[in-house]
Design a protein around this ligand. Structure first.
Ligand SMILES: [Zn+2]
Length: 319
């Protein structure tokens, strides 16, 4: 049982690595969901990607990765907060049989209209402030290639990802070149003023890519990040900057569901409660079930009235 995220810094070149391996948190994400295996693999890769990217961003808030599909899979979401709390879900057409061998393109980019979305939602978002959102067309035929495509378009830092998932484990490796000015590494290199990567460092980057490309699927899934780091990079001087423990964390709550129901309007809710007696809302991420009966539903709109009025007489009438 492992859930870890390891950050490595190569001491003789401006490159950082993030390695993650998740077992029980990953199994918590997929339990009770019954995902077809090809969708499950894609979801696990997106979860691993959200962790390694989140660690490389140093952003205080939640990183949300979304694949908006145009095939049988409509949406795949993985979310990771600054404390490495993760949750994820996939929505797909349950009436179409999905082959276990269906590839990424067939699942989410059938007619080339799939989109990859990255959202950065700051922890202390000010009222009215919108989260940062970047959307691009999906390129490549895997989660890793789609993300690399995004990184190539949006920033200068070269980034490569290796992602794997099965029903037990989700795992990933990220390599990222760091700016060659400023920071710890450039202080140790001979040319701190340089803004371009010297040729010898380009070679070093290529060597790290080559080493990482030797990773076999089962190798990444079956070994802890410590073993992978030693196996791949034993000849590349590096230090471990951090080893942290991600865990499953869902942000749903009865209050949030109440707000969502309220936003549908009193008339719609009244009609629904007459039809169904109890309104039941399931969280797509953790499967928690929230139930609202007629009294709960009536309370939703009474609260609105009391919040929206400054007239003490009507408040008294409500309580
Ligand atoms: Zn939930």
């Amino acid at each position: 049982m492992t859930c870890e995220l390891r950050t490595l810094l190569f001491t003789e070149q401006p490159v950082r690595a993030q390695l993650t391996q998740l077992t029980q948190s990953w199994r918590r994400i997929i339990e009770n969901h019954d995902y077809p295996s090809s969708i499950q693999t894609m979801l696990g890769e997106l979860v691993a990607a959200s962790l390694v990217l989140s660690a490389s961003l140093k952003f205080n808030g939640s990183l949300i990765l979304q694949i908006k599909g145009d095939g049988p899979v409509k949406l795949v979401v993985a979310e990771c907060n600054s404390e490495l709390g993760i949750r994820a879900t996939a929505m797909f057409d349950k009436t179409t049989p999905i082959s276990p061998d269906a590839d990424f393109k067939a699942l989410v980019n059938e007619s080339g209209k799939g989109r990859f979305v990255i959202i950065l939602d700051p922890k202390d978002r000010l009222p009215g402030q919108q989260p940062y959102q970047g959307i691009i067309e999906i390129t490549g035929n895997s989660i890793a290639q789609a993300i690399e495509g995004y990184m190539a378009q949006s920033e200068q830092l070269q980034t490569r990802l290796w992602l794997q998932a099965d029903s037990n484990t989700a795992a990933g490796l990220l390599l990222q070149q760091m700016p060659s000015t400023g920071g710890i590494v450039s202080a140790q290199t001979a040319q701190p003023e340089s803004t371009t990567i010297p040729e010898s460092l380009e070679n070093a980057w290529d060597r790290l890519l080559m080493l990482s490309d030797t990773l076999k699927q089962q190798e990444l899934l079956e070994n802890t990040s410590d073993v992978i780091a030693k196996r791949l990079f034993w000849q590349e001087p590096h230090e471990t900057l951090a080893v942290r423990q991600p865990s499953f964390h869902c942000t749903c709550s009865r209050e949030k569901v109440a707000r969502m129901l309220k936003s549908l309007g009193e008339q719609e809710i009244n009609e629904a409660i007459v039809e169904q007696t109890v309104l039941s809302v399931n969280c797509d991420y953790c499967n928690s079930k929230y139930e609202f009966d007629a009294v709960d539903c009536a309370a939703l709109f009474m609260a609105t009235l009391s919040n929206n009025t400054s007239d003490s007489t009507s408040k008294d009438n409500l309580h």
